[in-house]
Write a protein of this length. Structure first.
Length: 153
């Protein structure tokens, strides 16, 4: 059960996501939302492939950024990215279902740090080996976001 303050923050994050035309246009779904954490999911489509016929890293970044935005806005005040870094660990393919899970690491003053793990086919376990019988569920990217609460909003 959440406090009134937590519920208000979660409602604000949901409203932000509902108004997010970029995420909606890519079919990104909200999977989980709690204070300081969130998960979002997206299926990789043909229009997301680059010239090497693999998923464009910008879409992976966007999915991670969406989960990050939900997590850092889950406390209520309007919060934006002050910066972010991503490491791409494995290529993505058309048809992959990616899940980005964001977790707050620390908040201090108006700033915060959040880690986001992006996995293929919904797993957040360690990188696993693909076999003929079991498709890999693997980490495809790690993202670290730095947030800043806006003033006067």
């Amino acid at each position: 059960m959440h406090t009134e303050e937590e519920t208000a923050g979660l409602d604000a994050a949901r409203r932000m996501f509902d108004a997010d035309k970029a995420s909606a246009g890519l079919g990104i779904e909200l999977v989980e939302l709690a204070p300081g954490r969130a998960a979002a999911r997206m299926r990789v489509t043909a229009s997301m492939l680059n010239g090497h016929a693999i998923g464009h890293g910008g879409y992976v970044f966007l999915l991670a950024d969406t989960a990050f935005a939900l997590a850092c806005n889950s406390h209520g005040p309007a919060t934006v990215a002050a910066g972010a870094d991503v490491s791409f660990l494995a290529p993505i393919q058309e048809g992959d279902v990616l899940t980005a899970r964001a977790q707050e690491r620390v908040r201090y003053g108006r700033s915060g740090i959040y880690d986001v793990t992006v996995t293929r086919n919904g797993s957040t376990t360690a990188i696993t080996e693909t076999t003929a019988d079991t498709p890999a569920e693997q980490i495809v990217a790690e993202f670290r976001g730095r947030s800043r609460v806006l003033t006067g909003r």
